[in-house]
Design a protein around this ligand. Structure first.
Ligand SMILES: N[C@@H](CCC(=O)N[C@@H](CS)C(=O)NCC(=O)O)C(=O)O
Length: 137
């Protein structure tokens, strides 16, 4: 299996799929592509119609989008054990995953991922509320 990713410092989307695979102990080859370069788009041409990372190629299976990749690993390799077993706990876990996948625009806009960065920033109320919710989760 090949996992196509960007940069683990800047691409939180890449890191999501990478963490899932690394934690699941499934064997995979990491293919790192330099974001924004022509090679990035050329290499992804045959892998994903979105030309975005992360993307997975597993034999003749191609999966793109971080959440879809996590679901594929869960179904194909973990017999569904990545989610809680109980329906109500699974529903809550899924709701939180969806919240993370499609929400937190304040944090996304004002604090684009850069793990190494150290700088003072002034956050909007929107971003502060996102952080409160993340802490709550
Ligand atoms: N919703 C997608 C987002 C993927 C995404 O936006 N990836 C960025 C990496 S940070 C990318 O590949 N950007 C390249 C581009 O937009 O040209 C996912 O969960 O995988």
């Amino acid at each position: 299996m090949q996992l196509y990713i960007g940069n683990k410092n800047y691409s939180s989307w890449s890191l999501r799929a990478w963490i899932m695979l690394a934690k699941s102990e499934v064997k995979f080859e990491e293919v790192k592509l330099l974001l924004g370069t022509s090679e990035f788009y050329q290499r992804l041409e045959k892998v994903t119609p979105t030309h975005k990372v992360p993307a997975v190629v597993d034999g003749n299976v191609k999966v793109w989008d971080s959440l879809a990749i996590c679901e594929y690993i869960n179904d194909a390799y973990l017999s569904g054990s990545a989610w809680p077993e109980l329906a109500r706990q699974k529903a809550e876990a899924r709701a939180i995953a969806c919240e993370m996948h499609s929400g937190f625009n304040g944090v996304r806009n004002e604090m684009p991922m850069n793990i190494r960065a150290k700088r003072k920033i002034v956050l909007s109320e929107h971003a502060k509320n996102d952080i409160l919710r993340i802490q709550q989760i």
